[in-house]
Design a protein around this ligand. Structure first.
Ligand code: ZN
Length: 118
């Protein structure tokens, strides 16, 4: 069964792309951050264990500095990696709410941008 990306507006799945997929972290605090950044209300009541088992995000949602490519066949995330790149606006048809939402998102993206240690 292919893995689907859990991010909103992302239709990537593991069979159609050579993009890496990452499981949700088991660590509850970090898992919570992933869910918050995804803006998937339906994921909020799931346990980190369930999320880790059933949900993944593709590499598109991570800054390149958070991804370590140890070989052409193996891609791993840094221990403190948080997904920060999401397309949260394109599904909205109302131009007014889109504009309002966009401003809020920019603020949130800045808040969740964590410094990565070298
Ligand atoms: Zn994705």
């Amino acid at each position: 069964m292919p893995n689907f990306c859990a991010a909103p507006n992302c239709t990537r799945k593991s069979t159609q792309s050579d993009l890496a997929f990452f499981r949700f972290p088991r660590d509850p605090a970090r898992c919570q951050k992933w869910v918050e950044n995804c803006r998937r209300a339906d994921l909020e009541d799931k346990t980190p264990d369930q999320l880790n088992k059933h949900y993944r995000l593709c590499a598109k949602h991570f800054e390149t500095s958070m991804i370590c490519r140890t070989s052409p066949y193996r891609t791993v995330l840094r221990d403190n990696a948080i997904p920060t790149i999401f397309d949260l606006t394109s599904h909205l048809n109302n131009p007014h709410s889109r504009h309002r939402k966009r401003i809020k998102e920019l603020v949130c993206l800045c808040t969740f941008r964590f410094p990565t240690s070298p």
